[in-house]
Design a protein around this ligand. Sequence first.
Ligand code: HEM
Length: 199
Amino acid sequence: MTASATKRNAKFPSQSALAKTFHWVNIIALLLMMASGLQIYNANPVFGGRAGWDFPELVLLGGWLAGGRAWHFAIMWVYSLNLLAYGVFVFVTRRWQHRFASSGDLKALRASQNEKRKNFAKHRLVYTAIVPVLLLAIASGLAMYKPAQLHWLAALFGNWQTLRTVHFLTVPIVLAFSLVHSLLALKVGNLRLIKSMFV
Ligand code: HEM
């Protein structure tokens, strides 16, 4: 490759087709999980019971409680298996060694004078921190889905109301994450970096 071609490629970040596929499937599955989850929520709001505040039709999926549950429990397979496949991919390709936050990022945040390096550290910390939240959505969801078989898992959350609240809170956390994640991606790599993750 010529020096100018190398320079040109450096300006166009590229992602592997597999990474892009996991990203797309994750976003679509999460949107469907949120919309069907909010449909379930509306049948008996976590906050305030049947008289509690609910969500408008526009953001719901399934039409009614049973429809929402059918969607939720069908898409949970897509969402969970995609996350599992991504985990295997990250492990096998050793991406976890250089794509996720490390102690070097924490050090950079504390001591670096380089703004670019700091933003990069923030970016990696944020997208590393969302992984446990995505897993928490699965763990709390499974505990509600099979409370008899997984009573030990449900017990970790204390009581049913706390379990429901934790599961519900994964929605605003994922939404806030998406916003911060996109803003930091813009900051560290501008629109090209974002585009490279989608096309
Ligand atoms: C992938 C594994 C998941 C499983 C097994 C699962 C299972 C469940 C179950 C059983 C319920 C009904 C709770 C009830 O009857 O009160 C529920 C509700 C809900 N889920 Fe999930 N879920 C999963 C993932 C997710 C994800 C990823 C999100 C979005 C980030 C989500 C959002 C919601 C919401 C908003 C509700 C309504 C909360 C409530 O009213 O209790 N779920 N889920």
